[in-house]
Design a protein around this ligand. Structure first.
Ligand SMILES: NC(=O)c1ccc[n+]([C@@H]2O[C@H](COP(=O)([O-])OP(=O)(O)OC[C@H]3O[C@@H](n4cnc5c(N)ncnc54)[C@H](O)[C@@H]3O)[C@@H](O)[C@H]2O)c1
Length: 486
């Protein structure tokens, strides 16, 4: 979390404001949100429920203690005590300008005020403010609680400190900050999205394709590549060995035809009806919240796969998970290092948790332990790490879908280069489900060989071993696999 920031004031609680409420609360911040909509409480609760589910699948036990969300009775009630303010009002320049003035009159003078606008210019939005230097755009993407991207764009009066404070807060919430260096309508992302959107509307307008066919054209092809390579990297590869120059030479002439129109077609009543009808057919009666859960499940699965590749949004998630692991509070000896709810994706054909999921949870626990002894990502980046030399997994029970499992870890022994640990996973009623005994070897990764732990880590290991010295040694420690003799 960002030091000295505890409470976030939100103004506007629609799709984006409620998404921000969930993003901030799940990152551990307390939220006060104002929206005159009498349904605001229900809407925020529903979005939070979906967000909790998605973030738990993405980060599991690493999530910090959740912040509170309070529905404010007035704009002043939302912002007066806030350490940071995010405005998510309807996309209307005059309304935003007016409310921004109200916000700054009610807020503390040192607090940054950010706007979620999709494309209004920050210089215009801040123009009527008494302290325009503390205003910045922080443009998120729906669902705000899951998609990492946030575009940060200042206006001509925005101070560098304001940009930095907003960027630091967003990053602390697991987001990927893209600094928009040149202030333009629509920023970077919506410029691109709108170009595609205009073309899609023409294709429906001209009867070339339905809304479902256009979505298929994206989701079975380019959309899959976009999620981790974007446009330029994708086209570079499409140029083959000759790369981008060849790609430009081969497909450049088509740009002159041109295939695309890039000027919006008129949204006539007829076109609006056609799109709305086709979209209703496409949705096949599935409710908004159900579709949101499907979307969130797919997003989490994509980001989890990208995390395993340490690539694109996956690298953001991985780095965030590492930060959260390092920030885990110290635990009394024997307390769980990790708790998790058994996820649908971890279930096998027997309806029990599958083997790799055990290894994943025990591996995540080892990561928490390593972060706690100062051997987290910074240590690894510095060239040292622990490698698993031997792992012995025992299955003693079954973990079922939705069950909460907890993993405790005991240090059994250590020397300058080795760390001997024993993990125990328990489920409902504290029944032991599985154990893992592991020997970790400390390595100098560049030299590619075992090496003594650096002094800080060695001292932390020694302290942990002393803390664990009074815990009873697990009866199964040192067990090997063998058929009973005789
Ligand atoms: N929907 C998206 O995909 C998306 C993505 C990124 C950014 N944005 C931007 O976020 C902002 C909000 O968009 P949205 O999609 O959440 O809109 P929305 O219509 O879902 O929500 C707007 C909310 O503002 C509330 N509101 C209106 N006047 C208010 C006032 N005076 N004080 C407090 N609340 C007030 C409304 O009751 C409503 O709940 C816009 O600037 C939009 O451009 C939207």
């Amino acid at each position: 979390m960002v030091a000295d920031m505890r409470t976030i004031g939100l103004v506007g609680g629609g799709v984006i404001g409620a998404g921000w409420a969930a993003r901030f609360a799940l990152a551990g911040y307390d939220v006060r949100i104002f929206d005159p909509d009498p349904e605001i409480g229900r809407k925020v609760d529903e979005v939070l429920a979906n967000a909790r589910r998605a973030q738990a699948r993405l980060l599991g036990a690493l999530l910090p203690e959740e912040g509170t969300i309070d529905i404010a009775t007035s704009l002043t009630d939302a912002v007066a005590r806030a350490d940071f303010i995010q405005e998510s009002l309807p996309e209307n320049e005059a309304l935003k300008q007016r409310v921004l003035r109200e916000i700054e009159a009610a807020a503390r003078p040192d607090v940054v005020i950010a706007s979620s606008t999709s494309g209004l210019l920050p210089t215009r939005l801040q123009s009527a403010m008494a302290q325009p230097d503390r205003f910045v755009v922080g443009h998120p993407f729906n669902p705000v609680y899951l998609l990492p991207l946030v575009e940060v764009c200042g206006g001509s009066a925005t101070s560098a400190a304001t940009r930095d404070i907003a960027a630091a807060l967003y990053a602390a919430c697991g987001m990927q900050v893209l600094h928009v260096r040149v202030e333009i309508d629509g920023f970077i992302a919506d410029r691109l999205l709108e170009a595609l959107w205009r073309e899609a509307l023409w294709l429906v307008n001209d009867g070339v394709a339905t809304t479902a066919e256009i979505d298929d054209a994206i989701r079975y092809g380019a959309g899959l590549r976009w999620s981790f390579m974007g446009t330029f990297l994708t086209y570079r590869l499409a140029g083959g060995e000759a790369g981008m120059r060849h790609f430009l030479a081969q497909f450049g002439p088509a740009l002159q035809l041109p295939w695309t129109k890039l000027v919006a077609c008129e949204l006539t009543d007829e076109l609006t009806d056609r799109i709305a009808t086709q979209s209703d057919e496409q949705a096949a009666g599935i409710s908004l919240r159900d579709y949101e859960r499907k979307r969130d499940d797919c997003l989490v699965d994509v980001m989890t796969a990208l995390r395993a590749n340490d690539f694109a949004a996956g690298a953001t998630v991985k780095a965030h998970a590492a930060r959260l692991a390092a920030a885990q509070p110290a635990r009394v000896p024997g307390a769980a290092l990790l708790t998790a709810q058994v996820d649908t994706a971890w279930i096998d054909y027997n309806r029990h948790m599958t083997e790799w999921a055990y290894l994943k949870l025990f591996g995540d626990t080892t990561d928490v332990l390593l972060a706690q002894i100062g051997a987290g990502p910074d240590y690894v980046a510095g060239g040292h790490s622990f490698y698993s030399a031997e792992t012995h997994l025992r299955h003693l029970g079954q973990a079922r879908l939705g069950e909460t499992v907890a993993v405790t870890t005991q240090v059994l022994g250590h020397d300058a280069k080795r760390l001997h640990i024993f993990h125990t996973m328990t489920g409902a009623g504290d029944a032991v489900i599985a154990t893992v005994e592991q020997m970790l070897i400390h390595v100098d990764a560049k030299a590619g060989r075992a090496a003594p732990m650096l002094p800080g880590v060695a001292a932390a290991v020694a302290r942990l071993a002393t803390d664990h010295a009074d815990l009873p040694r697990p009866a199964a420690a040192g067990r090997n696999i063998a058929l009973p003799a005789g």
